[in-house]
Design a protein around this ligand. Structure first.
Ligand SMILES: *[C@@H]1O[C@H](CO)[C@@H](O)[C@H](O)[C@H]1NC(C)=O
Ligand SMILES: *[C@@H]1O[C@H](CO)[C@@H](O)[C@H](O)[C@H]1NC(C)=O
Ligand SMILES: *[C@@H]1O[C@H](CO)[C@@H](O)[C@H](O)[C@H]1NC(C)=O
Ligand SMILES: *[C@@H]1O[C@H](CO)[C@@H](O)[C@H](O)[C@H]1NC(C)=O
Ligand SMILES: CC(=O)N[C@H]1CO[C@H](CO)[C@@H](O)[C@@H]1O
Length: 623
């Protein structure tokens, strides 16, 4: 169907309105009561903003503002780029308050030889992760690390691994380390072989550890600087007993986790829920801290300490597959973590693998204009152990249902509460001012623009092959779709599984547009800018309709005055972010970038494990 010449002229709007009048009339009275489509005349955007940003509502679409603002932030970040060793060392001293670690020149050379974009901020995660360890005696860290059961080690420039049996993730991390082994000091890297992150030190203790780091931070005068690491001969000579780490393996994970939140944070004193029946609590207005409904501060949007509702709406806190958490500080390296975790991040093994199941392989998708204007998602019902009593609280289940037009239509007609689905609650149409729903009901629109589905329901207890007594009626099990095939669609939502989602790097490197919700931190966080390289989404997913409405609109085609056929409301903006994300991934998420990150991290870690760490540093650039 093609319209001309402009999209929202009253004449067109009237035609379309008449066209869809029938479907509107057909919808039940309960639905009309809560969500009558707005009159097309009032198409300007009088945003309601209960407890959100105060002040004038923007004249443009809020997403326009967010994109513009993000572009400025991005520009500021890129202005910090350095171009030689002394520039990089200077930026280091300015940002970290110390001399760079020994070996910094070799690291810099490696990064330069591999054409790295050099911005000191890209390594912030390393310093967040390692800071608390300045509060632990170096010898203790060395010993604990050496004696752990799963360790990747480097001695004299050769990497080895210690494990109980062959493990693919161990092999991958060992392999990653091997590729840079000749540049690395002697180190022992304890590895988390589980999906879930493992270390949660009470916030009060971490605060003390971090204070120790602050206190020890200084630019040691040059004559006092030590430039050689002492090495690990002492721990190698002393086999010692295997270390005992006290693990918390049961109980309600939310209660285990929230001790890592700051004392005055909204989540710290909120106990775990025990009743997981029905839909989770969901914002009935714009999510807190959002910009007229859309993610403004990505760090805040990902943080469960700020959003206690997540204890009832994310599988991690409902019932994780496995739990093995320690409350004492231990140098555990792994691929992802929650904001309240104290694990040390390395690039996930799934990002290092060449297995196309995770990486998407060499295929990154064709040109934007050849893609189908649809949202595609495939995945298993992971997130934790979903059961009859609690499946309605799992994020993947919620996302799949919320963009399933049929499930949405059923929810809208729910006599017990209009908008109430089995595992989500819809907001009134007036909150996000959707354009598409002025022409048709939400479900009809979604059925036109989405192709999502579970490929395995993964229920507990299992009953036969892929049968799930409590969710069978609600989800169609679709066949899988390789990532390379998904790239034929424009929009790729990415939702957490048991922890972070391993396809994200592939999505970023694709020509399609990732729409990302997560509560997990990853190594690359400070190098990806939301609204510049990807579209951020709230973990409740209430903003998904607004996001799709902005980028896709009604999903119909329109003819512009010069006869050009355009699709969607802001198709060009979507293409721009998709393209910027891909180009950026090719510059800062390459395998080389993972090597560079890991090399920097391991050099810092080696310093922290050294008895002379306060005086160790790189100073050869200074005269
Ligand atoms: C590393 O080299 C040193 C000095 O050459 C030697 O004493 C030590 O045994 C070597 N260690 C290993 C694990 O090969
Ligand atoms: C759990 O909550 C639902 C409504 O939210 C309520 O109907 C049910 O009785 C509650 N179950 C228990 C065991 O408290
Ligand atoms: C984003 O939120 C975090 C966490 O609450 C906060 O520390 C930070 O200052 C915020 N950033 C901006 C730009 O407001
Ligand atoms: C969409 O929802 C309907 C109604 O709940 C359900 O029958 C169908 O299987 C769902 N589709 C998918 C792909 O899950
Ligand atoms: C955190 C929590 O209480 N999870 C529950 C999910 O539901 C199952 C089945 O009732 C419980 O065993 C879990 O404890």
């Amino acid at each position: 169907m093609a319209f001309s010449p402009r999209r929202f002229s009253p004449a067109i709007a009237l035609k379309v309105l008449l066209f869809f009048a029938l479907s509107v009339i057909l919808v039940g009275t309960a639905w009309l009561w809560q969500r009558s489509p707005r009159s097309v005349a009032s198409i300007s955007m009088p945003h309601d903003h209960k407890g959100q940003d105060k002040g004038q509502a923007p004249k443009t679409h809020p997403i326009d503002d967010l994109i513009e603002h993000a572009g400025t932030e991005w520009f500021k970040l890129m202005a910090k780029q350095t171009h030689d060793l002394s520039g990089a060392a200077k930026a280091y001293r300015a940002r970290r308050g110390r001399h760079p670690p020994p070996g910094f020149d070799r690291w810099y050379q490696f990064a330069k030889d591999n054409n790295a974009v050099m911005v000191e901020d890209f390594f912030d995660q390393i310093y967040d992760d390692l800071a608390p360890f300045w509060g632990v005696e170096a010898k203790k860290i060395r010993r604990q690390a050496k004696r752990f059961d799963f360790v990747v080690s480097v001695r004299n420039g050769t990497a080895t691994q210690k494990t109980d049996h062959e493990r693919p993730w161990m092999n991958l991390w060992h392999d990653l380390t091997s590729t840079i082994q000749e540049h690395l000091p002697d180190i022992d890297i304890p590895i988390n072989v589980m999906d879930e992150s493992r270390v949660i030190v009470p916030w009060e203790d971490i605060n003390e550890y971090v204070k120790a780091e602050r206190g020890s931070r200084k630019l040691v005068p040059r004559p006092e600087v030590v430039t050689e690491l002492m090495g690990l001969e002492d721990v190698d000579a002393d086999a010692g007993e295997p270390i005992e780490i006290p693990w918390v393996t049961g109980g309600l994970y939310w209660d285990t986790a929230r001790v890592g939140c700051p004392p005055n944070s909204p989540a710290r004193e909120v106990p775990a829920s025990t009743n997981f029946s029905g839909p989770p609590p969901m914002p009935s207005a714009f999510p807190e801290r959002s910009y007229y409904g859309y993610v403004k501060n990505w760090t805040a949007a990902k943080d469960p300490c700020l959003q206690p509702d997540l204890r009832e709406s994310h599988g991690t806190f409902i019932e994780p597959l496995s739990q093995r958490t320690t409350h004492s500080l231990f140098p555990m390296f792994g691929g992802s973590k929650l904001p309240m975790n104290n694990d040390i991040l390395i690039p996930p093994a799934m990002y290092w693998t060449k297995d196309p199941f995770y990486s998407g392989g060499e295929e990154h998708g064709g040109p934007w204009e050849q893609k189908t204007t649809k949202v595609v998602w495939r995945g298993g019902g992971t997130g934790g152990r979903n059961k009859a009593e609690n499946w309605t609280r799992f994020q993947r289940h919620r996302f799949v249902a919320m963009v399933n037009g049929t499930a949405v239509q059923v929810a809208e007609k729910n006599a017990e509460g209009p908008g109430r689905g089995e595992n989500f609650v819809l907001q009134g149409y007036h909150t996000y001012h959707l354009t598409a729903t002025q022409y048709m009901d939400l479900g009809t629109w979604l059925n036109q623009i989405t192709d999502v589905g579970m490929v395995h329901l993964i229920c507990f207890p299992e009953s036969g092959s892929n049968k799930c007594p409590y969710t069978d009626h609600y989800f169609e099990v679709k066949s899988g779709m390789p990532m390379a095939k998904q790239y034929a669609f424009k929009f790729l939502p990415d939702i957490d599984g048991n922890s972070f989602s391993g396809r994200y790097r592939g999505f970023m490197a694709s020509t399609s547009l990732p729409i990302k919700a997560t509560i997990y931190a990853e190594w690359h966080d400070s190098r990806l800018v939301p609204w510049v390289h990807f579209v951020p989404m709230d973990n409740s997913f209430v903003d998904i309709y607004g996001i799709l409405d902005y980028f896709i609109g009604t999903g119909l085609e329109y003819k512009t005055e010069d006869g050009k056929v355009v699709e969607g409301a802001h198709d060009a903006a979507a293409e721009k972010i998709a393209t910027a994300g891909k180009e950026w991934a090719e510059k800062v998420l390459r395998r080389e970038d993972m090597q560079i990150y890991v090399m920097r991290l391991f050099m810092e870690y080696a310093r922290i494990c050294d008895d002379q760490r306060d005086r160790l540093g790189f100073i050869w650039d200074m005269d």
